[in-house]
Design a protein around this ligand. Structure first.
Ligand SMILES: NC(=O)C1=CN([C@@H]2O[C@H](COP(=O)(O)OP(=O)(O)OC[C@H]3O[C@@H](n4cnc5c(N)ncnc54)[C@H](OP(=O)(O)O)[C@@H]3O)[C@@H](O)[C@H]2O)C=CC1
Ligand SMILES: O=C1O[C@H](COP(=O)(O)O)[C@@H](O)[C@H](O)[C@H]1O
Length: 515
């Protein structure tokens, strides 16, 4: 493992602008169509992808250039969903397709020919080649081996982007890393975790370290508990067979949510550069206590209450006795000076009552005395949908009443920032690859520590003593024991859960806490 600041810092990144070819492996697939090409289009539309670039789709499927263009075209839209036909046509001019195998030389010879033709036609001496692997992980090593052997830019710059999953557990991650590490320098590899490209996740470092009031209170003395929650309103419909081997913990917790948690809990990096940030993320991860198998709540969804939505086990591709976890709440403890004793809950579920990803930081209550039954402050950072940060605080009810009530300091992006382009996660991350900025990509040693943390839990949940997941109805909040689980981690549901965000007008002053 490299994991060292020197290896990347020593190599000053060049920006990929002109002289750039982008090869999308797995171009016939789902990710390419829905995310990779639309993100390249978004960057092109916004002027961040040089019109002199060449974009080549590569996959085994026998497609023509036109077939690929037809496949991706419906997904090339403006952020508001409108079409921009002129821009789409200009973008598609840059795109072509090569059909070839992933593990044999022939397709790569054809690819090299196209790359060299483009580079010589444009008198490019130091080519920039970006290879994006929108492929299942089983193909990563063959493709990377062939890239290195046949299309690596010997006299220019090569960057390789790989998608999660980075292994299935600690051993498989290490095996994959052992195969990939000799091929590329760590600064040439970009491991995408698309949550790191989300606007609110990118805001965490700034919010925490550029605001004295937050920074000063960000510790066990002031924070009662932390929750990171991921809710999706749909099940694994049609993907059950795939999901059965993965489960919700591998799908979003070991990667996306853990990234959020490390950014939320790490110490102040010495600078904003990629290695300083990633060093701190690794440092805090090493302070995580092993996940306690008795401090988890796992669930699997059944049919919706009205019977209209199928349960997880109704999928024909799923083993009828599967104990696959589609909902999990996990308790974390960080054993360092800042966080010792603060309960942290990460929870994620499919087929829930809504789609939402958010962070909740609940502060300690104020001393009793002048107030009775006053709510805690709670900072909510909503990652999606509709980015927002709001701080629930106590304030006098306006008017004659002196009663306290919960209100909020509210930064809702859509209200605060008008006509502002907030890039999609993949747009933002591909832009980072072009500039050579690794801050929002996952380093090898981060993965090693995170797999070390999660592998024992996964082995337990997939082993002979695995608990049977608690059932919950499709479209519900999750397992019935969730509320009790959260309360046992010191989460206080204020006013019995009456508070709704946002509430603009005080309508129930009689219910508010008395001073
Ligand atoms: N889809 C999504 O929204 C997300 C996907 N990812 C990750 O991105 C990667 C690609 O995902 P996705 O596009 O959904 O995957 P697909 O299953 O659509 O595969 C992409 C392409 O890879 C080729 N392929 C499929 N199976 C194999 C195989 N066993 N061996 C070699 N090639 C194969 C196929 O192209 P052909 O046969 O033409 O060569 C296919 O079109 C995966 O690692 C996935 O985990 C990450 C986040 C979200
Ligand atoms: O990686 C994955 O993430 C998506 C959720 O991503 P989001 O950007 O839509 O929040 C999840 O649906 C999928 O199962 C998982 O593989």
């Amino acid at each position: 493992m490299s994991g060292s600041s020197e290896s990347i810092a020593d190599h000053k990144p060049v920006e990929f602008k002109e002289n750039t070819s982008i090869v999308v492996f797995g171009a016939s697939g789902d990710l390419s169509k829905k995310k990779t090409f639309p993100a390249l289009f978004g960057l092109f539309r916004e002027g961040f992808l040089d019109p002199s670039c060449k974009i080549i789709g590569y996959a085994r499927s026998k497609l023509s250039d036109e077939d690929l263009k037809e496949k991706i075209k419906p997904h090339l839209k403006k952020p508001n969903g409108d079409k921009d036909d002129e821009k789409v046509e200009q973008f598609l001019q840059l795109v072509s397709y090569i059909s070839g195998p992933y593990d044999q030389d022939e397709g790569y010879h054809a690819l090299l020919k196209v790359l060299e033709e483009y580079e010589s036609a444009n008198s490019i001496e130091r080519p920039h080649r970006l290879f994006y692997l929108a492929l299942p992980p089983s193909a990563f090593v063959s493709v990377c081996t062939q890239i290195k052997k046949l299309v690596y830019a010997e006299h220019g710059e090569t960057r390789v982007v790989v998608e999660k999953p980075f292994g299935h557990d600690l051993q498989s991650f290490r095996d994959m890393q052992k195969d990939l590490a000799p091929l590329f320098r760590e600064d040439e590899l970009f491991r995408i975790d698309h949550y790191l490209g989300k606007e609110m996740v990118k805001n965490l470092v700034l919010m925490r370290f550029a605001n004295t009031f937050l920074n000063a209170a960000w510790n066990k003395e002031n924070i009662e508990n932390i929750q990171i929650s991921f809710k999706e309103p749909f099940g694994t419909e049609g993907r059950g067979g795939y999901f059965d081997e993965i489960g919700i913990i591998r799908d979003v917790m070991q990667n996306h949510l853990l990234q959020v948690l490390t950014l939320l809990t790490m110490e102040r990096p010495v600078s904003y550069d990629a290695e300083s940030i990633r060093d701190e993320k690794v440092r805090v991860l090493k302070a995580f206590a092993p996940i306690d198998h008795n401090d988890i709540l796992v669930g699997q969804y059944g049919k919706s209450e009205d019977g209209s939505k199928p349960g997880y086990l109704d999928d024909d591709t799923v083993d009828p006795n599967s104990k696959c976890v589609t909902f999990a709440a996990l308790g974390f403890k960080i054993q360092n000076e800042r966080w010792d004793g603060v309960p942290i809950v990460m929870r994620a579920g499919k087929a829930l009552n809504e789609g939402k990803v958010e962070i909740r930081v609940q502060f300690k209550g104020v001393p009793s005395g002048i107030f009775s039954d006053i709510s805690r402050n709670e900072l909510v950072m909503r990652i999606q949908p509709d980015e927002a940060i709001y701080l629930k605080c106590n304030s006098k009810t306006p008017g004659l009443s002196t009663a306290s009530r919960v209100t909020e300091l509210d930064l809702t992006y859509a209200r605060r920032y008008k006509n502002f382009w907030i890039p999609e996660a993949y747009e933002s991350l591909i832009k980072d690859v072009m500039t050579g900025d690794h801050s929002n990509f996952v380093r090898d040693d981060e993965l090693d520590v995170s797999w070390k943390l999660f592998t024992p839990l996964l082995k337990y949940l997939e082993g002979p003593d695995a608990p049977t997941p608690e059932g919950y109805a499709y479209g519900s909040r999750g397992p019935k024991n969730l509320t009790q689980y959260l309360e046992s981690h010191k989460y206080a549901f204020e006013n019995g859960g009456v508070y709704q965000w946002p509430v603009a007008t005080p309508d129930m002053p009689s219910n508010a806490s008395k001073m």
